[in-house]
Ligand binder design. Sequence first.
Ligand code: ZN
Length: 220
Amino acid sequence: MNKKETCYYCGENATSSEHVPPKCIFPEFKDLNYNYRKNLITVPSCNKHNMLKSQDDEYLLRILTAGHKPNNIGVDHFSTKVMRAFQHSPDRFSKFMINPKQILVKQNDQLFESLVFYVDINRYHLILKYVAKGLFFYDYSRMFSGEILILYNGLLHKSDNSKNELYNDIDNGIKALLKDVPYKGENKDVFKYKFLQSDNTYILRYEFYDYFGITIKMAE
Ligand SMILES: [Zn+2]
């Protein structure tokens, strides 16, 4: 007998499926001439938790590709898909790139130039939590209903470089803690993830374009 499918986010009856992370993160073949959409992860979703997010999906994509140091796939994805959307509507660009500013960032004792801009942090964190709940559902075949805490959101600090160095140290510490857990995902150059479970606590790390790492604690 088929079990009735329920939404990964709220547990109501599912009416469709949702990509985790959003499909737009993965470049299309027509743009990069390579298939970066192999076996994308989907989870069952109700109407509310699928439809709600199309604007947010694009917002996430722009943050991830406009930031510092993505791999070539991230750079090419920005110069094709993201730029196309901006050229189509210049207004969209100015609404997205709020208060842009160039800064120098220190990473692994090297300085490099980067661009910072204002990010709607509540919106961004909500999207990260959607992705976390989706991945949890996919791996553990049930809805996660505990507390979700974002330990590291991958963003640079706007004006305080010492904070960026601190974030970097935290991120490196988390990476070391999780180093023996292999990453999962069929398109690892675009997106990969792993869970470290200890009793009712899960540490989730996921990474976009080889540089944009997010670490989340999920506790039941
Ligand atoms: Zn739902």
